[in-house]
Design a protein around this ligand. Structure first.
Ligand code: PLP
Length: 452
């Protein structure tokens, strides 16, 4: 039998913090492997820190979400929200599962085309579409979700000039009982803007009104607002049916489903409190099937859920740089993972698990990143086993928004690797090097030389 590791005794100060229902403690087992691949091997080959994406988890989450909707509604189409994670390997897993693409900029639009998504299966959202972007999207017959009237007028001009019928929907904002209301995007339902825009489109006779869209918020912690939103979009569809005998092809409910992550200050973990795909699906689909939309013309239900589809599939592995005591005596641990690559630590209490065996003594710890900046805090209070310099940790549920909102600040951005369903590792984004930065810089001739 191996001799147990010596661990020094320590005196514990009780922090006045909210315990969850299991007490403060959450980690009982080390995470030595991700989908069958040893964490230590990943670090050996790709360095630390390193992001790891589980292909198996993406596919499973996608299938769970689809099952919730397709068992309740006959026609469902999913579109992957590129801004949530547009690493091409990640997008392509969703495309292999049957997802279309949902994009909010020309950059994302071109990325989807580059990934091989047929242009008529790209949904183009957002307030910033230039005339050139619109010309391209119209020529390609992509689905354009109009955000404001200036965009509508440009589309109308292009339609008249080219004699091509743009495929359009409008984005609708509305009161769903969640405040502050997201009323900056699209046309308002309650004050009649949305109905006015629909009438303008129908009267123009120059474009095909194919859908109605909303995206009511993000990390929505109750499902009810989706029922309200779906009922309001269905009401607009019924209006078009009655006034023009026009049937839209789809109702797009956007994204915003909460992932299982836990918000800062939450009493219970997100996995216990947040609605499931079934909860969201029940509200949305019953609002549509119970509306007066003609059953022979029941529209497709489009979904653009981002964070709830990918958060669980992402891990960030890092290394302990040092431990110290703060001025109050609290244990602090410095990791080589900072807020520059873990943007979501500003609002989530990310779960952190040691990657090697540990004893069951824990201490309330503050986790800092490596940046020379006071706000570089990964966790303010986390009950963790004692970690030593050089030990590894795994941070969970980092798949959404980190690999698109990360910044190159103080350190270079690390490798991102994917574990396949056969437990094979592939690099899906190389770690940055000095030339990733210096290739874009230019030093004017007169600043090239100096003597010190
Ligand atoms: C960001 C965004 C999404 C995805 O949002 P999540 O909160 O990540 O689900 C979907 N649709 C639109 C229009 C968006 O802007």
């Amino acid at each position: 039998m191996q001799k147990k590791k010596y661990e020094r005794p320590s005196i514990k100060k009780i922090e006045s913090d909210m315990p969850n229902k299991f007490g403060m403690r959450s980690e009982y087992q080390p995470m030595t492997h991700i989908d069958g691949v040893a964490v230590k091997d990943i670090i050996k080959n790709y360095g630390s820190p390193v992001f790891v994406i589980s292909e198996k988890t993406i596919r499973k989450t996608f299938k769970d979400a689809m099952r919730a909707f397709t068992t309740r509604y006959p026609k469902v189409q999913y579109a992957w929200s590129y801004k949530t994670n547009y690493l091409s390997a990640v997008c392509n897993v969703f495309h292999q599962e049957g997802s279309w693409a949902e994009v909010v900029s020309r950059f994302e639009y071109d990325k989807a085309i580059g990934n091989g998504v047929p242009a008529n299966k790209i949904i183009f959202n957002g307030p910033d579409k230039t005339r050139k972007d619109l010309e391209k999207a119209i020529k390609n017959q992509s689905l354009i979700h109009i955000d404001h009237l200036d965009e509508y007028y440009t589309i109308l001009e292009i339609a008249e000039m080219t004699n091509i019928r743009p495929q359009v929907a409008i984005r609708v904002n509305m009161d769903t009982g969640i405040y502050p209301m997201w009323d900056r995007f699209g046309f308002n339902y309650e004050n009649g803007q949305a109905w006015d825009a629909l009438n303008k489109i129908m009267m123009s006779k120059k474009m095909d009104l194919v859908g109605l869209h909303c995206h009511i918020g993000t990390y929505m912690m109750t499902a009810e607002p989706y029922g309200v939103a779906a009922a309001k979009l269905a009401d607009l569809a019924v209006g078009l049916q009655q006034k023009y005998n026009h049937y839209i092809k789809y109702i797009d409910m956007g994204g915003g489903f909460a992932s299982k992550n836990t918000l800062k200050g939450a009493f219970l973990p997100g996995s216990d409190t947040n609605p499931s795909f079934d909860d969201y699906a029940e509200k949305i689909t019953s609002a549509i099937i119970n509306s007066n939309i003609s059953p022979e013309h029941i529209p497709f239900l489009f979904l653009e859920s981002g964070r709830a589809m990918i958060d669980d599939a992402g891990y960030l592995i890092g290394t302990v740089i040092a431990n110290k005591r703060s001025s109050t005596g609290k244990r602090t641990t410095i990791l080589n993972i900072g807020v520059n690559i873990l943007f979501t630590s500003f609002w989530y209490q990310h779960k952190i698990t040691p990657a090697q065996e540990f004893t069951h003594h824990t201490e309330n710890t503050m986790i800092y990143g490596p940046l020379c900046m006071n706000i570089d805090v990964i966790r303010e209070n986390v009950e963790l086993p004692l970690l030593n310099a050089g030990d590894n940790v795994v941070i969970h549920q980092v798949g959404a928004y980190n690999m698109t909102q990360w910044m190159q600040f103080i350190t270079l951005r690390p490798y991102v690797v994917m574990v396949s369903e056969k437990a094979e590792i592939s690099v899906i984004r190389k770690g940055e090097t000095m030339s990733s930065i210096s290739d874009y810089e230019v030093i004017p001739q007169h600043l090239k030389d100096f003597k010190l």
